[in-house]
Design a protein around this ligand. Structure first.
Ligand SMILES: Cc1ncc(COP(=O)(O)O)c(C=O)c1O
Length: 303
């Protein structure tokens, strides 16, 4: 998504790459700006995880932490882009960034052997990604690259910041912004989502639904995904698995046809989410007897 936006920025003669971010977009914008030889400015809320700040600064981007929520950052970035004309990937370049997100939908079809899934669960922050996955599927059908089908799109948001999911679950079409998001899935803490209405429309039109699991369910999903699939996701990504569990329990997703849960972020960037929740390594002297003692006690399932 950032690659499309920055390519367009260069075509338009814009010299500076920038973005408002909850962390992940910052990493991508900084990396691709470095590759493109563009100076990069990133604005983030001041509570973004340290690893995400590091994975932005390392590319030489200049990072500004803003005292406030993501919505405060976003508003400020609109003003800065108006004044300076820099290329804010998700503000004044947003249509191109959105088109780039369609690659997620294309890759889902490709990885399923060029067919569409029956269900897709997508983590939502501002709501853009879900709408672009829907658009990608429609394009592939129109071009007859896949058999026409209507995948059901389901939105996943954390309970502590679920303005789009709440619209779907409560069956209303007005968005009630969340003034103070409180969730372990900080990358999805967007209280006033720019594409909220479009995401709701795409979900409803597809016959899908939404779920808003709480922090404990999200952490359980992080561990389930790691222990059963070998994939270490951040809370903002594993929310799709937690939502999937809810939707299956509600009977909204059954075993018919491929079911895809989008895993959109890497767990090492949010290590603090698991602090104190995993067993510490056993510590022994470098002697076989010490190891055997451990085998007879603390180690499980090996013999
Ligand atoms: C981990 C993760 N998943 C999904 C998204 C999707 O965001 P949006 O709904 O704004 O496209 C984001 C955006 O920040 C994210 O960080």
């Amino acid at each position: 998504m950032v690659a499309v936006a920055l390519s367009k920025a260069r075509e338009l003669g814009i010299g500076v790459a920038a973005c408002a971010s909850t962390g992940n977009l910052a990493n991508a914008t900084a990396a691709l700006a470095a590759a493109a030889g563009m100076p990069c400015l990133v604005l983030m809320p001041d509570d973004v995880e340290p690893a995400k700040v590091m994975a932005t600064s390392v590319y030489g981007a200049q990072v500004v932490a803003v005292r406030g929520t993501y919505d405060d950052v976003n508003r400020l970035c609109s003003e800065i882009s108006d004044r300076h004309g820099w290329g804010f990937v998700n503000v004044n370049l947003r249509p191109y960034y959105g088109e780039g997100s369609k690659s997620v939908g294309y890759e889902i079809a490709e990885q399923l052997g060029w067919r569409l899934p029956a269900h897709v669960v997508v983590p939502m922050a501002g709501g853009s990604l879900l709408t672009k996955v829907a658009k990608a599927f429609a394009e592939l059908s129109d071009l007859e690259l896949v058999a026409r089908a209507q995948p059901r799109l389901h939105g996943a948001q954390p309970a502590g910041c679920a303005p789009i999911a709440a619209m779907v679950i409560e069956g209303r079409d007005t968005l009630i912004p969340v003034a103070r998001p409180r969730t372990i899935a900080r990358s999805l803490a967007v209280g006033d989502p720019g594409d909220g209405h479009y995401a709701r429309q795409a979900i409803v039109a597809s016959g899908g639904h939404a779920a808003a699991p709480d922090d404990e369910e999200i952490i359980a999903a992080v561990r389930l995904l790691a222990e059963t699939e070998g994939i270490f996701a951040e809370p903002g990504a594993a929310v799709s698995v937690a939502a999937l569990r809810r939707l299956v329990a509600q009977g909204r997703i059954d075993g018919e046809g491929p079911v895809v849960a989008c895993i959109t972020g890497q767990g090492l960037k949010t290590a603090d989410a698991l602090a104190g929740r995993l067993p510490a390594p056993a510590l022994i002297e470098p002697r076989l007897a010490a190891f055997e003692g451990l085998l007879a006690g603390a180690l499980r399932g090996l013999v």
